[in-house]
Design a protein around this ligand. Structure first.
Ligand code: FO1
Length: 326
């Protein structure tokens, strides 16, 4: 592990695959005990009666070293005996739950049913998987995302997996978010952080629900920590998933600049890909500083390099702030 300069406490806001890739690099750069990951739960849903938390599990499996790198979700090398049998029984196998993945959902559902909170189950899954990094669900209460589309209002996984994000999006509702509370440790980890990193995740369906939990966005706005976001859009394209099409369908320019605008009320620093260097001048405004870095994370080396550059940017920023207070 490389520890450049001073050690800092980092809280990361994370969705699925893009966040998991970035965190894979980040854990090689900062000590694991300095990192807390606050994860979106808006895409959680019930599958055959089981409580499935796709983004939590993507982060969990990634940190446990068992994630399926080809799909970005599920367990590497998993088998699908249970799903195949369900298919034989006449069930539509539209949502591909593997056998080892199924064990996670059985474990989680059993403990939730016995009265554990989602945070407690998640902590226990971390321990069972040998993970020392803190993984926190954004909230313990279910806040399922509804996607308003040209084909009507759809549950999130219906839109995302069954319909492959094809209906045009008109907006989102995170059901029950107004009365949801941040999970234990969420506000505390934000308050204790020297830096908060918004991972390169979809701003609407991955980061949006986290920011929607009462108290989180205001904590970021009022935070003395440096708040940095990494653009999930490179050169007007999203590497994976519907970020680019959603930006367009919701009337935004498809660019890193549009993502920065969604976060501008709480952001100190925005990292865009080197390919988007021409946007820097346009995005820099109202005190928001913009840096470029190689944000495409196709290899392990690229994930580590992006994390190294982001931590370096944060350390430079911390150095500047120390200089100002002297
Ligand atoms: N995404 C798919 O596109 N197809 C699937 O069959 C699928 C199964 C699946 C099973 C477990 C899990 O944790 C995630 C799964 N995902 C699947 C991914 C997931 O639904 C989405 O990527 C996220 O909800 C968006 O972050």
């Amino acid at each position: 592990m490389t520890v450049p300069g001073s050690i800092m406490k980092i809280a990361a806001l994370a969705g699925g695959v893009g966040a998991a890739k970035f965190i894979t690099g980040l854990r090689r750069i900062i000590p694991e005990e300095e990192l807390t990951i606050i994860v979106n739960t808006g895409d959680d849903f019930r599958w055959m009666g089981l409580y499935v938390c796709p983004d939590l599990d993507t982060i969990l499996y990634t940190l446990a070293g068992i994630a399926n790198a080809d799909t970005g979700w599920g367990v590497s090398g998993d088998t699908f005996c249970a799903l195949n049998r369900l298919h034989e029984l006449g069930c539509d196998p539209w949502f591909q739950i593997g056998d080892r993945d199924l064990a996670t959902h059985l474990y989680r559902t059993e403990h939730l049913t016995s009265g554990w909170s989602l945070s407690k189950v998640t902590r226990s899954l971390c321990v069972q998987n040998g993970i020392r990094i803190g993984i926190l669900p954004m909230t313990d209460s279910p806040v399922p995302t509804l996607v308003h589309t040209n084909d009507g209002t759809l549950s999130f996984q219906d839109y995302f997996v069954r319909r492959k994000c094809t209906p045009a999006v008109k907006g989102f509702t995170f059901q029950g978010i107004d009365t949801a509370a941040p999970a234990p440790g969420v506000l505390e980890s934000l308050a204790a952080a020297d830096a908060v990193i918004v991972c390169p995740s979809n701003p609407f369906i991955s980061i949006g629900p986290i920011l929607g939990v009462p108290g989180i966005r205001s904590a970021l706005r009022e935070s003395s920590a440096t708040v940095l976001a990494i653009s999930p859009v490179i050169g007007g394209r999203a590497i994976k998933g519907p970020t680019a099409s959603m930006l367009a369908q919701l009337g935004n320019e498809v660019s890193a600049a549009a993502v920065a605008a969604l976060y501008e009320d709480f952001l100190d620093l925005f990292v865009v890909d080197r390919e988007d260097a021409a946007l820097v001048g346009r995005i820099c405004s109202n005190g928001l500083r913009v840096q470029t870095a190689p944000t495409l994370m196709g290899t392990m080396a690229a994930k580590i390099e992006l994390a190294r550059q982001v931590v370096e940017i944060l350390e430079r920023e911390a150095g500047k702030q120390r200089g100002q207070t002297l």
